[in-house]
Design a protein around this ligand. Structure first.
Ligand SMILES: Cc1cc2nc3c(=O)[nH]c(=O)nc-3n(C[C@H](O)[C@H](O)[C@H](O)COP(=O)(O)O)c2cc1C
Length: 166
């Protein structure tokens, strides 16, 4: 199975979850930032798992990324804004015929979320949902991940692989 886990991550928490999901999916799966997952890499994937942090109750928008960029010095660690937003990545995803799954990292209980938007965009490009959206928790505004979340992510990756019939 050609599976990729694509992530947007400013402080590394979503990237770490993506890496753990890829490990659970199996040795051929790769975790890639939105910059690394070029359209030619994404085209032909049997499974695309896409994830992002939850910012202001939703999948990060250009506006919130710009606010974070302006306030970069106020955070405990500098945000990495060098990779495109997942929202923009999804807009350029070439049509495919695989399956899709979505996850988000977040701090609190929150109305709304990011995974619904991701799953809809994947479905529009031809990647039918394989599972419900999954949430992983961070302990502070910019991390670290809550205890046990990497293990949960790896286990979820294993379940996705089984569901995909890999
Ligand atoms: C500007 C900003 C807004 C945030 N908004 C929310 C929110 O609405 N709900 C929530 O649960 N967490 C919120 N968080 C926490 C993020 O979800 C957390 O920073 C994210 O998991 C970090 O992921 P990353 O390290 O991959 O960038 C917010 C964080 C920042 C910096």
């Amino acid at each position: 199975m050609n599976a990729i886990v694509v992530y947007e991550s400013l402080w590394g928490n979503t990237a770490a979850i993506a890496q753990a999901i890829a490990e659970g999916l199996g040795p051929e799966a790769r975790a890639l930032s939105t910059a690394e997952a070029t359209p030619s890499i994404a085209a032909g994937a049997d499974l695309i798992v896409a994830g992002a942090p939850l910012f202001a109750f939703r999948l990060p928008t250009d506006d919130i990324r710009e606010t974070i960029r302006k306030k970069a010095a106020s955070f405990a660690a500098p945000p990495d804004l060098s990779h495109p937003a997942l929202r923009a990545w999804l807009e350029t995803l070439p049509p495919g015929r695989g399956r899709g799954a979505a996850f988000e990292t977040r701090m609190w209980f929150s109305p709304g979320g990011a995974t619904g938007t991701i799953l809809r965009a994947l479905k529009k490009a031809g990647y039918a949902p394989l599972a419900r959206g999954k949430r992983f928790g961070v302990a502070g505004m910019t991390g670290p991940l809550k205890r046990g979340e990497r293990e949960r992510a790896r286990a979820w990756g294993e379940r996705l692989a089984r569901a995909a019939g890999a």
